[in-house]
Design a binder for this molecule. Structure first.
Ligand code: PLP
Length: 431
């Protein structure tokens, strides 16, 4: 009788349970206070950010490596290390990830890097930015928690990634962006048919508005991927670290150059590298993480250079709009990571961003959005200052596609206009 009671309890618990894989709890990054997994993002004790805690103890390193290598060519190959594994066969997801790690020998030659230079090119994701990784995680969490509307505050790329993921998954979407974004970003967000609302203000105003909406009945039942689903969303960035190491032959790079908007991506790349070390999937060697910002929105690099632990908010004014977060939530953690690993945080001007976009395109055939101009430009600057060691293996992130920020290179165009005759071609001086 007792056995039967236990069995039936287990059955009903399984039927209603949310499958959250190896994730065990939400843990406060500041004070370590733990709460059960759910759609919450701030610690009830100290208001610190909540992160996913895992139990990885059951993993055998070799088995895990084999399982990953036999997995699909997308982020779900790392399902045993993610908070909400997708039910890939049953539920539609855009299945992003496993983007190219391009060996950038031409760029390396131009910049004087001898230790191996790679571009992790996330423009190859379904909506052409790294944001598909984080949204894929948030979508699975939204499913697990029973939300039916997906929402977000966005600097542009996230809006498109949420719109596309919601369309494919059959969710409603309603996303919020600053009203003055690039045309390419607006169209890329609107085309998927969800609601797209422009807010008169900058990203920080949009974010504040969304926080208000969450507390209001109007936002009830909404999964804001980067607010109430943020702990799950953020874990999607770890897959960048996993892929880079696996693509290098299960090896840590020596140096990584990562863009900073809120700082979440950089923070979780570090978390992902730490997990690989802990799991024995890579050899434990030192690595350095360098953060990259645009000078027109450089609150983290300003604090880094001043030796401060506190990040003072700035009003953004830069062509790198996808990174234009003046009050970055994870700024202090980025400072910790840059200092702990022996990296740095640097910034470049809009002019240097444009030059770097052209440099990457000219040397490697990769057309990056402005955020990629920021990382390549910062890489160049850090090599010149000696902060980056040219004899070490270096990975630079390109997180988005240049087709979304065409205005940045608007001066680029025709070499010549000629009549359709050989004579006219010769006159143009190209032979
Ligand atoms: C969102 C975004 C990032 C990183 O954002 P974080 O908030 O720092 O995680 C980097 N590049 C592009 C193109 C983005 O859209």
């Amino acid at each position: 009788m007792a056995v039967q009671t236990v069995a039936s309890t287990t059955d009903s618990a399984t039927a209603n349970a949310v499958d959250l894989g190896p994730a065990t709890a939400l843990s406060c990054r500041e004070c370590g206070h733990r709460v059960p997994l759910g759609p919450v993002f701030a610690c009830e004790e100290c208001f610190g950010p909540l992160e996913i805690a895992y139990d990885f103890s059951a993993h055998d390193t070799e088995e895990l490596r084999k399982r990953i290598e036999a997995g699909p060519a997308n982020i779900w190959r790392y399902a045993p290390l993610l908070p909400v594994p997708a039910d890939v066969a049953a539920k539609p997801n855009l299945n992003p990830g496993w983007t190219k790690l391009v060996q950038a020998d031409n760029l390396a030659r131009e910049l004087g890097v001898t230790g191996g230079l790679y571009v992790k090119d996330d423009s190859g994701n379904p909506t052409h930015s790294f944001k598909d990784r984080v949204v894929a995680q948030a979508l699975e969490a939204a499913r697990a928690f029973g939300f039916t509307t997906l929402s977000c505050s966005s600097t542009g790329n996230l809006a498109g990634a949420v719109g596309a993921a919601a369309a494919r998954a059959g969710f409603r979407s309603c996303v919020f962006i600053p009203h003055d974004l690039e045309q390419g970003k607006v169209v890329m967000a609107a085309v998927y048919g969800g609601e797209l609302v422009g807010i008169e203000g900058n990203y920080d105003d949009v974010n504040r508005f969304c926080s208000e909406l969450i507390g209001d009945p109007a936002g009830e039942g909404w999964g804001f991927v980067n607010v109430n689903l943020r702990p799950y969303y953020a874990e999607g960035s770890k897959t960048l670290a996993y892929e880079i190491c696996e693509q290098l032959g299960w090896r840590l790079p020596d140096q990584l150059v990562v863009p900073i908007a809120s700082g979440s991506q950089l923070t979780k790349i570090d978390k992902g590298l730490q997990e690989l070390i802990r799991l024995g999937l890579v050899e434990d060697r030192p690595y350095k993480i360098f953060g990259a910002q645009a000078e027109g929105c450089s609150p983290v690099s300003t604090a880094y250079k001043a030796g401060h632990d506190v990040v003072r908010p700035q009003k953004p004014d830069t062509i790198a709009k996808s990174l234009a977060i003046g009050n970055p939530a994870d700024g202090p953690y980025v400072l910790d990571i840059a200092r702990r690993t022996g990296g740095a945080v640097e910034d470049v001007t809009d002019e240097q961003i444009v030059d770097a976009i052209k440099l990457l395109a000219r040397t490697e055939g990769i057309f990056a959005e402005t955020a990629g101009g920021v990382t390549v430009g910062v890489t160049k600057k850090l090599l010149e200052s000696g902060a980056l060691d040219p004899s070490l293996t270096t990975v630079v992130l390109n997180t988005g596609d240049g087709l979304k920020t065409l205005d940045a290179v608007a001066g680029t165009g025709l070499t010549a206009t000629i009549r359709p005759s050989l004579e006219s071609f010769r006159e143009a001086g190209l032979v």
